[in-house]
Design a protein around this ligand. Structure first.
Ligand code: ADP
Length: 480
C-alpha cells in the first residue's frame, strides 16, 4: 500500500513539479526580458530622437563646420537634458572617454561597463551593459554611436539605475514562486487526500481478504459502503467467498456421500466373504451367489473409485494425451459398452452410425469418459421403456454428439448449475454431482463446448461439439 503513494509521488507529482518548474522558468524569463528590455528600448528611443535632431543640424556645405555645429548641438542637448533624475546622459570620444555629462560632473563610478565596446562592434551601432558600480549599485548603460561626424564626439551614452527595476524583478520572482508553491502544495494535498481515499479502504479490503484466505469463510466485506471500483472489488471478493463456501459445502457432502456409498458394498463383501468361508462345498448355491454379489459390489466400488479419480482430476486439472481419432468409432464403442446396461434397464438405444469417419484431435480415454458420463445420466434418468438417442452430425468445421433421453428433465433453475462440480439437481437419483463437471472440463480442454437443453417431464439433450481435426491442430491446441 505504501507503494501506491510512492508510485504517485514518483509519477504524477514529479510531472506536476516539472511542469510547474518549466512554467515558472518561462514566466520569469519573459518577465526579465520585458522589464529590462523596456528600459533598454526607452533609452534607445531617446537616442533615436537625438540622432533625428542631429540629422536636421549641419546642413551647411562645409563638413568641418557641420561637424562643429553637430558637436555643439549635442553638448547643448546634454546640458538641457530634462530627465536627469532618471538617466545620466554622457558624450564619449573615440576612446570611450567621457567628454560631458548631464549632471555636470564626471562620475567615475559610471565609466565602467563594456557598452561602448559592444556598440563599436555591433552592426546597428548600439551597445548595452549591465554592471555594478563600486558603490554596489546595479546600473544599465546603453551607448549609441553618433552616425555623423560631430568633431571629437563619437558616441552618446545613457546610464540608469536598476534599483527600482531590480526591486520589481525580485517582487515578481517571490510572488510567482509563492504562487507555484501554493499550487504545488494544493496538488500534494489533493493528491494525498485522493490516495488516502483509495489506500485506506484497500487496506480494509486486504485485511478482510486475508481473513477469507486464511479460511474464515463467513467474513464478508461491506460492499455497499463504496459505490465505485472498490465497492465492486468488495462485491467480487464476497462472491468469491460465497463460491468458496458453496464449494466447500458440496465437497464435504461429496466426501460424506462417497464414504457412505463405499461402506455399503464393503459391508456386503465382508458378509459374503465370511459366509463363503464357512461353506466347504464350492457347488453350494450360496457359494455361487456369494461370488456374484462380491463381483457386483466390486464393480460398484470400482465405479466409485473412478469417480474419486475424476474428482482428483478435476481438482488438479485434466491432463490430456491427444491423438487423431475417429469420433464415430469412439461413439460406437461407447454405445456397445452401455448397450448391455440399457437393455437390462428395459430401455432402447437409438444409434445410427454415420458412414464416414469424423476425425477429431482428442484423448481416447477422456473422450470415452465423456460418452460414458453423458450416457450414464441418460440411462439413470430415463423412465422404464424409454429410448436413449445417440446422434452424430457434422459441419465443415465441427462435429456434434447429441445424447437425448425421454426422462424427467432438469428444472430451469438447476439447468444452469448442472455443470458445476458437486452440483446435484433436485431430481438427482444417485451420484456425486461431478459427472457433467468432468464432461465440461474435458470438452473445454479439447476446444469444444457442452450445451444442455432440457424440458421438465419431457427429457434432456446433451450436445457436445468438438472442432474437426485439421492438420497442424496438434500444435495449435496443445494438451493441457
Ligand atoms: P452425477 O455424477 O451425480 O450424475 P452430474 O454432474 O452428471 O452428476 O449431473 C448433475 C445433475 O444434473 C444431476 O444430479 C441431475 O440432477 C442432473 N442431470 C444430469 N443429467 C440429467 C439427465 N439426463 N436428466 C435429468 N437430469 C440430469
Amino acid at each position: 500500500m505504501q507503494s501506491i503513494t510512492k508510485r504517485w509521488l514518483r509519477g504524477s507529482l514529479l510531472i506536476t513539479v516539472l511542469i510547474l518548474a518549466l512554467a515558472e522558468g518561462l514566466f520569469l524569463y519573459f518577465c526579465y526580458q520585458n522589464l529590462y528590455g523596456d528600459i533598454e528600448r526607452a533609452m534607445e528611443s531617446r537616442f533615436s530622437t537625438f540622432i533625428g535632431r542631429l540629422q536636421a543640424t549641419g546642413t551647411a556645405g562645409d563638413s568641418d563646420s557641420n561637424a562643429a555645429s553637430r558637436a555643439q548641438s549635442l553638448r547643448r542637448t546634454v546640458e538641457q537634458f530634462e530627465e536627469k533624475d532618471k538617466f545620466e546622459f554622457m558624450l564619449l570620444d573615440q576612446n570611450g572617454i567621457v567628454l560631458a555629462t548631464s549632471s555636470g560632473t564626471i562620475n567615475e563610478n559610471l565609466t565602467e561597463g563594456a557598452d561602448y565596446y559592444h556598440a563599436l562592434i555591433s552592426s546597428d551601432g548600439f551597445g548595452r551593459a549591465i554592471f555594478r558600480t563600486p558603490d554596489g549599485e546595479r546600473v544599465m548603460a546603453v551607448t549609441a554611436l553618433v552616425p555623423y561626424d560631430a568633431g571629437n564626439i563619437t558616441a552618446m551614452r545613457l546610464v540608469t539605475s536598476l534599483t527600482l527595476a531590480d526591486r520589481q524583478w525580485w517582487n515578481t520572482v517571490l510572488l510567482s514562486a509563492g504562487v507555484v508553491l501554493v499550487a504545488l502544495g494544493f496538488a500534494l494535498w489533493s493528491g494525498l487526500f485522493f490516495i488516502r481515499s483509495i489506500v485506506r479502504p484497500l487496506g480494509q479490503v486486504e485485511s478482510i481478504a486475508n481473513r477469507i484466505a486464511g479460511g474464515d469463510l463467513q467474513t464478508r466485506l461491506p460492499d455497499t459502503r463504496y459505490n465505485d471500483e472498490i465497492g465492486r472489488l468488495c462485491h467480487t471478493i464476497n462472491e468469491m467467498a460465497e463460491h468458496l463456501t458453496e464449494t466447500e459445502r458440496m465437497k464435504n457432502e461429496f466426501i460424506s456421500s462417497v464414504s457412505h456409498e463405499l461402506r455399503t458394498p464393503l459391508t456386503s463383501i465382508k458378509g459374503w466373504v465370511e459366509t463363503i468361508g464357512t461353506i466347504q462345498d464350492p457347488t453350494d448355491q450360496n457359494y455361487r451367489k456369494g461370488l456374484e454379489v462380491i463381483g457386483a459390489e466390486t464393480d460398484r466400488l470400482y465405479a466409485m473409485v473412478e469417480e474419486l479419480l475424476d474428482f482428483s482430476r478435476l481438482q488438479n486439472g485434466i491432463k490430456l494425451d491427444c491423438q487423431v481419432l475417429d469420433l464415430v468409432a469412439e461413439a460406437t464403442d461407447a454405445a456397445l459398452f452401455v448397450e448391455g446396461r440399457i437393455r437390462q434397464e428395459g430401455l432402447r438405444l437409438v444409434y445410427e452410425e454415420p458412414p464416414e469417419p469424423y476425425p477429431v484431435w482428442a484423448d481416447p480415454a477422456r473422450l470415452r469418459q465423456v460418452f460414458i458420463n453423458v450416457l450414464d445420466n441418460a440411462i439413470k434418468y430415463s423412465p422404464p421403456g424409454g429410448s436413449v438417442f445417440l446422434t452424430l452430425s457434422r459441419t465443415p468445421t465441427t462435429v456434434t454428439v447429441s445424447v437425448r433421453d425421454q426422462g424427467r428433465g432438469i428444472s430451469p433453475e438447476d439447468l444452469e448449475k448442472v455443470k458445476v462440480k458437486f452440483f446435484k439437481g433436485k431430481n438427482a437419483v444417485r451420484g456425486s454431482g461431478i459427472g457433467l463437471a468432468v464432461v465440461d472440463a474435458i470438452v473445454t480442454a479439447l476446444g469444444g463446448t457442452t450445451d444442455i437443453a432440457s424440458t421438465l417431464g419431457q427429457g434432456t439433450t446433451v450436445r457436445i461439439t468438438l472442432p474437426i481435426y485439421r492438420s497442424g491442430q496438434e500444435h495449435l491446441h496443445e494438451p493441457i
